[in-house]
Design a protein around this ligand. Structure first.
Ligand code: FAD
Length: 436
């Protein structure tokens, strides 16, 4: 792939990674991004007077693709690695779950249940290829390896917190991929959880990406929603909301699967049906700037079904308050099905009221005056649900429209959704595209 005129639809990290390599190979690349900035789910926003990630993002030691690209952008050495702790909120109390000692003392489980939970995590982390697990329902796999007691007390509430009732359609691949990622965040030998961030957050990474792409001659068109893609006579035509259009030799579409039938309506019926059938999870995530610290854990997992949150992400466990004017940054995410219109329609005020009431119940000394800023972000199409035999249901990346390829995060089949896996899909696609 050299000296071609290539359009990339979507300026998230998938689009940016493809654009970087394709420009380096000597192609003329144009990114077409609908929103007013590139970065997609990792893009920043303003929260009071700070600019930070709209959705929390950390880097894991094992994120080798991402770290490689940060090296190219001159940012790898600036990553701050921090040893973090994980917690559980269960039966109205917080428990640390950060090392073997915490695990042994964890009261909700008896010793036999702990042994089974520990061995599920340990042996799960040793499985190298999670693909065969796609054929097994997550509940069946967890009940088999962890036992029903541990399943009911720990796994089922965690699955429900993350996936709602959709957990019943999900395969064991999902939990395997999570276990692997969490395990990989732990330094071998020391078994300490380490996560990193670049000072300045993803805003800094995106700015460096943008200037690298500019140096390479790639163009980033923001505020440019693609309306329709058609292909004829060796050219791909991309039309925009504003009535203009571009012609390209190749177009790579990186947007979430549910959006593809709308912008590529002339795909075959089988392809359209494949994209329509792909179920997505979205997220509704409030960011808070607090006067006080919410505790020592980066992630607090929640097993109480009355708490309408997937977890509590205390970003100040990594980001020192001094860097954000002495305040503490907390994210409160709730994952919901992309089709849950009622959840996405809830007003900011209603979410704020509900969430603060929940925090007051969880942290009895929490006061609404502790909240200095509160803002809620929503993203409907975040992650394809890893249903049974998921990878067999993904439509081929090379579409029936000549010159049009779909390379999106729904093609992640080796791990959980994160930027490193997203880049993995991009880099693998580039390999086969180069051989086309
Ligand atoms: C709450 C949350 C927490 C996360 N935490 C982490 C973490 O800690 N670490 C980590 O590595 N990853 C994390 N991730 C995952 C990470 O954000 C994603 O893996 C990554 O951003 C996916 O990039 P993408 O380019 O595939 O998709 P997106 O970022 O969704 O990009 C798609 C782009 O396409 C654009 N688009 C859509 N329709 C059109 C159209 N018609 N025309 C033009 N453009 C269009 C969108 O505006 C968007 O910019 C998190 C995600 C969320 C939501």
């Amino acid at each position: 792939m050299k000296h071609l005129n290539i359009g990339i639809v979507g300026g998230g990290f998938m689009g940016l990674t493809l654009a970087l390599r394709l420009s380096q190979w000597g192609n003329r690349v144009t990114i077409l991004e609908s929103s007013d900035q590139i970065g997609g789910l990792a893009s920043p926003w303003r929260l009071d007077d700070i600019s930070w990630d709209r959705f929390y993002h950390v880097i894991s030691l094992s994120d080798l693709n991402l770290r490689g690209i940060l090296r190219e952008l001159g940012l790898e050495d600036s990553i701050r690695w921090v040893e973090t702790k994980a917690g559980f909120y269960t039966a109205g109390k917080f428990y640390s779950m950060s090392n073997a000692w915490d695990f042994l003392r964890f009261p909700p489980l008896n010793i036999a249940e702990k042994l089974r939970l520990g061995s599920t995590i340990f042996f799960g982390s040793k499985i190298k290829d999670g693909l065969p697990l796609e054929a097994i329902p997550v509940e069946a796999w967890l009940r088999k390896w962890s036992g029903s007691g541990t399943y009911e007390k720990i796994w089922r509430p965690l699955l429900k917190a993350k996936l709602g009732d959709a957990y019943q359609r999900v395969s064991a691949f999902f939990i395997w991929a999570y276990i692997r990622r969490m395990y990989q965040a732990r330094q071998t030998g020391l078994k300490k959880e380490m996560f990193g961030y670049v000072p300045g957050g993803y805003a800094k990474i995106i700015a460096a990406f943008q200037s690298k792409l500019q140096q390479l001659g790639a163009e980033c068109c923001v505020g440019c929603p693609v309306q329709e893609i058609t292909s004829s006579a060796g050219q791909v035509r991309v039309s925009h909301g504003n009535g203009s259009a571009n012609a390209f030799d190749r177009v790579l579409v990186t947007v979430p699967s549910p959006l593809i039938p709308r912008i590529c309506p002339t795909l075959s019926e089988t392809e359209l049906a494949g994209y329509r059938a792909c179920e997505y999870l979205g997220v509704i995530c409030s960011s808070l700037l607090l006067r006080r610290n919410l505790g020592p854990y980066y992630v607090t997992n929640i097993t109480e079904e009355w708490v309408p949150l997937t977890g509590i992400i205390n970003f100040s466990a990594l980001l020192p308050p001094e860097e954000i004017g002495g305040r503490y940054l907390v994210y409160l995410p709730k994952y919901v099905l992309a089709t849950d219109d009622a959840a996405f329609a809830e007003s900011d005020d209603a979410i704020r009221q509900r969430v603060l009431t929940v925090l007051q119940r969880m942290y009895p000394d929490f006061r609404s005056e502790d909240v200095l800023a509160f803002q809620t972000a929503r993203a409907r199409n975040v992650m394809a649900l890893p249903t049974l035999n998921y990878s067999a249901t993904i439509p081929p990346a090379k579409t029936s429209l000549p010159g049009v390829y779909v390379v999106n995060s729904a093609q992640i089949t080796k791990g959980v959704l994160n930027i490193n896996e997203t880049m993995n899909v991009a880099l693998a696609a580039l390999q086969w595209l180069a051989e086309e």
